[in-house]
Write a protein that binds this ligand. Structure first.
Ligand code: ATP
Length: 232
């Protein structure tokens, strides 16, 4: 089975800062994976490496079999990304906003509008985004990230500020996507927030990948009489 993402001994420096240090892992298709770590652990940098927005200083990144930082990264349209703080033009309606992103991804407006319904914004589609609540903007962000039927969906702290009901709706959409074979990577400061949703957990600490396994495996390790150093 071809993996969706493969990182091999990847390091990324910004001047003297090693944002990501010697990280290797693979992500298979059809899995929801949690990426957990404190502020500055390197989560966003990992996502940017997968999106081809930054290049590794050392090591190799492959996404859907290609180098995402290469000029002719053919799979670019099969990636969805919801940044940590998504901002939209408040003067446009939800429908206009999604139509704009649909054009960028080569999607039909009809499918874009169906996505607005899917994230529960159908009734607000003709309202200006400037009048949307934070949760509604977050759902518009998710609809934008879902355009193009992504094979890899990267969500940077997507559920921060969502109430439990909205969070549940959010996860239902992700489970559907996973069932269709997509890989979903979602980052969070707190593992508890993602518990029960992710099949696998990657834990980052000061740029290093310090754990990679199922929740069950990590619990088992935590019970062993061995102290796991996570101080980098
Ligand atoms: P947060 O939870 O706060 O978003 P994070 O885990 O996503 O944190 P990153 O944003 O990847 O962490 O940052 C990792 C480290 O790299 C931090 O020390 C950050 O200051 C540094 N860093 C990230 N991007 C840059 C950049 N473009 N220039 C300089 N330093 C950077």
């Amino acid at each position: 089975m071809t993996v969706t993402v493969a990182l091999e001994r990847v390091t990324r420096r910004f001047g003297p800062v090693e944002a990501v240090r010697d990280v290797s892992f693979t992500l298979p298709p059809g899995e929801i994976v949690a990426l957990v770590g404190h502020n500055g652990a390197g989560k966003t940098t990992l996502m940017k490496l997968m999106l081809g927005l930054v290049r590794p200083s050392e090591g190799a990144v492959r996404v859907l079999g290609e180098d995402p930082a290469a000029g002719e990264f053919a799979a670019r349209r099969r990636l969805g990304f919801l940044p940590e703080s998504v901002s939209f033009n408040g003067a446009l309606t939800g429908r206009e906003t999604l139509a704009f992103y649909a054009r960028l991804k080569g999607e039909t407006p009809a499918r874009a509008f169906a996505l607005l319904d899917r994230v529960g914004l159908g009734a607000a589609a003709l309202r200006r985004v400037g009048t949307y609540s934070k949760g509604m903007r977050q759902r518009l962000g998710l609809a934008q990230a879902l355009l193009g039927a992504p094979r890899l969906l990267l969500l940077d702290e997507p559920t921060t500020g969502l109430d439990p009901a909205l969070r549940q709706g959010f996860y239902e959409i992700l489970q559907e996507l996973r069932a269709g074979g997509a890989t979903v990577l979602l980052s969070s400061h707190a593992l508890t927030e993602l518990e029960g949703e992710a099949e696998r957990v990657l834990i980052m600490n000061r740029g290093r990948l310090v754990a990679n396994g199922s929740l069950e495996e990590l619990r088992r390790l935590a019970r062993l009489p061995v102290r796991i150093r996570v101080t980098g």
